[in-house]
Design a binder for this molecule. Structure first.
Ligand code: SF4
Length: 177
């Protein structure tokens, strides 16, 4: 281990364990499980949402609800397998009534995401919907904002935009470094 930005440099597994035991903000008190994220350590694509919902809280896994299934299905249509992508959230515990995480909760939790990005070093970090505004950018990593799948599910115009953005994402992934 080495120090990085005041944090011990950890493995993805160590981050998962830390998230499960974390009490750095109030959200652990009302959640059932921490949801650290999942996917391969050498993923080319990381997908980042805002925070886990009810089904994610129950299972401890990210994007397993309706929007997650829609995202997984749409990615597969464009040749991107979910198991090749690292999927996570900015904030790793759900919030009461699924409210938007407060600024201090984001600030407390975001170092986990930054560590995950530093370990995986993906080609592109895909930011879903509102998560785009709250994710600090790590230098040297490309960020790509797309419509949140829950909006794409509900609104035809958003769905068209979502599909166009995934088409663009595929092009970027295929470009040489
Ligand atoms: S939301 Fe993040 S900072 Fe807050 S308790 Fe959970 S893991 Fe820790």
């Amino acid at each position: 281990m080495q120090l990085q930005d005041g944090w011990l440099f950890m493995s993805l597994e160590e981050i998962s364990i830390q998230v499960q035991n974390c009490k750095k903000c109030r959200l652990w008190q009302t959640a059932q499980h921490g949801v650290p994220g999942e996917g391969p350590a050498d993923a080319k694509i990381m997908i980042v949402g805002q925070n886990p919902g009810a089904e994610e809280d129950q299972t401890g896994r990210p994007f397993v609800g309706r929007a997650g299934k829609f995202l997984t299905k749409t990615l597969a249509e464009y040749g991107i397998k979910r198991e090749d992508v690292f999927i996570t959230n900015i904030v790793k515990h759900t919030s009461p009534e699924n409210r938007k995480p407060y600024d201090d909760e984001v600030a407390a939790c975001v170092p986990y995401l930054n560590q995950q990005i530093a370990i995986i070093k993906p080609k592109v970090v895909v930011l879903l919907g509102a998560s785009a505004k709250e994710t600090p950018r790590v230098p040297g990593i490309e960020y790509f904002e797309i419509v949140h799948p829950s909006a794409a599910m509900r609104f035809t115009k958003m769905r068209e935009k979502f599909r166009a953005q995934i088409t663009e994402l595929v092009k970027r992934i295929q470009q040489p470094n």
